[in-house]
Design a binder for this molecule. Structure first.
Ligand code: NAD
Length: 277
């Protein structure tokens, strides 16, 4: 089976596969095998980070896959304690990944109290020029942080990766990002398995109507909203299930029902970007 994953065009002209596989909390000892499984199923976009401690496993799976490098999209992220040291941090990530470049390098958190994210962004601009990071972006940035980058540097991030799922929809932030030409990536797209999200009738009824699972419905909701998404699972069956989302479509009323589940700030499951330093 070959599934062609749609791509999203970034403001630097490059195209990112809209669906990928995320490896937050994937055990480093299992990462190689699980990423290999994801690649076998058809994923070509992997989202990791220096802090996940599993870049080596991602790299080993890539090396052994035999898939041409240009067919893969690999994202990693600059951890908070390296914001003034991004060039060396990226070199370390590349070494672990066994790659000459990443497709996307992100500032993981703004950590506003440190006051170094603009400096970090200036370094990422240089890393993009060097070719070691083909696209550059940010994660967990609030509109005010994006405004700061815009006023102080000449390059707009290609993406902002934020916590996003039906309980925390952040439409204002999505609109702010898109108004800057920044594409939105959803982290925790399934609510990180922390809540009863997948039991909500708006989701289970749509799942039943289409003969799919609640997780597939939520992934589809993200895709139809135009966000870039990379659900995580450490279970090979679910890795395959989460990729099998291209032969059904949610109706406008199903989409609206899920959009109605928004809980605003109360739906946040992860750290608050203004408080995480
Ligand atoms: P997620 O929303 O993808 O949830 C993963 C959990 O959902 C699994 O552990 C499992 O409990 C459940 N799940 C997965 N597939 C399922 C299925 N088919 N059926 C039922 N339950 C299922 O959460 P995540 O891993 O935190 O987010 C996805 C990716 O986003 C991460 O792996 C990482 O790459 C990225 N991320 C980035 C940040 C950031 O700060 N930038 C933070 C967290 C995650």
């Amino acid at each position: 089976m070959t599934t062609s994953v749609p791509t999203v065009k970034l403001n630097d002209g490059r195209e990112i596969p809209q669906l990928g596989y995320g490896v937050f909390k994937v055990d480093p000892a299992e990462t190689k095998q699980l990423v290999a499984e994801a690649l076998r199923v058809g994923y070509r976009h992997i989202d990791t980070a220096a802090i996940y401690g599993n870049e080596e496993g991602v790299g080993q799976a890539i090396a052994e896959s035999g898939i041409p490098r240009e067919e893969l999209w690999i994202t990693t992220k600059l951890w908070n304690d390296r914001q003034t040291d991004a060039a060396a941090a990226l070199d370390e990530s590349l070494e672990k990944l066994g790659l000459d470049y990443v497709d996307l390098y992100l500032i993981h958190w703004p950590t506003p109290e440190k006051g170094t994210y603009v400096e970090a962004w200036k370094q990422l601009i240089e890393l993009q020029k060097s070719g070691k990071a083909r696209s550059i972006g940010v994660s967990n940035f609030f509109p005010e942080h994006l405004d700061e980058l815009e006023s102080q540097t000449p390059v707009t991030p290609a993406v902002n990766q934020i916590e996003l799922h039906p309980y925390l929809q952040q439409w204002k932030d999505i609109d702010a990002a898109r108004s800057h030409g920044i594409m939105v990536e959803a982290w925790g797209p399934l609510g990180q398995g922390k809540s009863d999200l997948l039991e909500q009738p708006e989701i289970t009824e749509a799942a039943e109507a289409h003969g799919v699972t609640p997780a597939q419905v939520v992934i589809r909701w993200h895709l139809q909203n135009g966000t870039i998404v990379f659900p995580k699972s450490a279970n090979p069956e679910r890795i395959a299930e989460n990729f099998d989302v291209f032969d059904f479509e949610l109706s406008d009323s199903e989409m609206a029902g899920i959009t109605g589940l928004d809980r605003g700030e109360e739906g946040r499951g992860g750290a608050h970007p203004l408080e995480f330093n």
